[in-house]
Write a protein that binds this ligand. Structure first.
Ligand code: SF4
Ligand code: SF4
Length: 183
């Protein structure tokens, strides 16, 4: 596996951490619950570009996977995930520890938007943004379907049990992992 190029950029979890903040104030649960009760699933009715900000943000399941360092194969462009987390990720909570100032503290944290489709192949295959961009359905454990954020951890899809902290001695090439797949 000729991994030669280190991708410092980490896809932003703008959405995940926005949702996490909302939940902290006890309103995000309501948003998820309301979406859960909605008869017409907006993610099946609209394209990503047509979604409102709230709808777009609610797609993030808060898995934290996009906050792991990645390696890109210089030959074929394949992206490999490592278990090493961005220094700002609260691994236990899968939440950015300084969301407001992340741009200053981690300049290569990319804000994910519909205009950033070039970055979508860096997202894990389980990510709702990537799934919908590829015309695939949301997984059964997604909070918009289950009505609870807990289903992500229950399905073993977040990084709280696999991620490790980054240190100055970390050799990313020895930390490549296979993320749990959707199947
Ligand atoms: S990988 Fe996707 S769903 Fe998971 S935290 Fe990142 S943006 Fe959200
Ligand atoms: S700064 Fe790090 S932890 Fe925070 S959102 Fe960006 S990649 Fe994730």
């Amino acid at each position: 596996m000729p991994v030669a190029k280190f991708l410092k950029a980490r896809l932003e979890a703008t959405i995940s951490f926005t949702i996490a903040t909302i939940i902290e104030f006890n309103t995000g649960e309501a948003i998820i619950a309301n979406q859960h009760k909605t008869e017409a699933a907006f993610w099946e009715q609209k394209t990503l570009a047509e979604m409102t900000t709230v709808e777009w943000e609610s797609l993030c399941d808060g898995c934290g996977r996009c906050c792991l360092h990645k390696l890109e194969d210089a030959d074929d462009g394949h992206v490999y995930y490592t278990r090493v987390a961005c220094e700002l990720l609260d691994i236990a909570q899968c939440r950015c520890q300084d969301y407001e100032n992340r741009g200053q503290r981690v300049p290569d944290c990319v804000k994910l938007s519909i205009d950033q489709k070039a970055y979508f192949n860096w997202l894990p295959e389980s990510c709702a943004y990537r799934l919908l961009a590829e015309n695939k359905p949301l997984p059964s454990w997604h909070p918009l379907i289950t009505g609870t954020q807990d289903s992500v951890a229950a399905a073993g899809m977040n990084v709280s049990n696999i991620a490790i902290k980054e240190t100055t001695l970390t050799d990313l090439t020895t930390e490549v992992i296979a993320l749990k797949s959707l199947a």
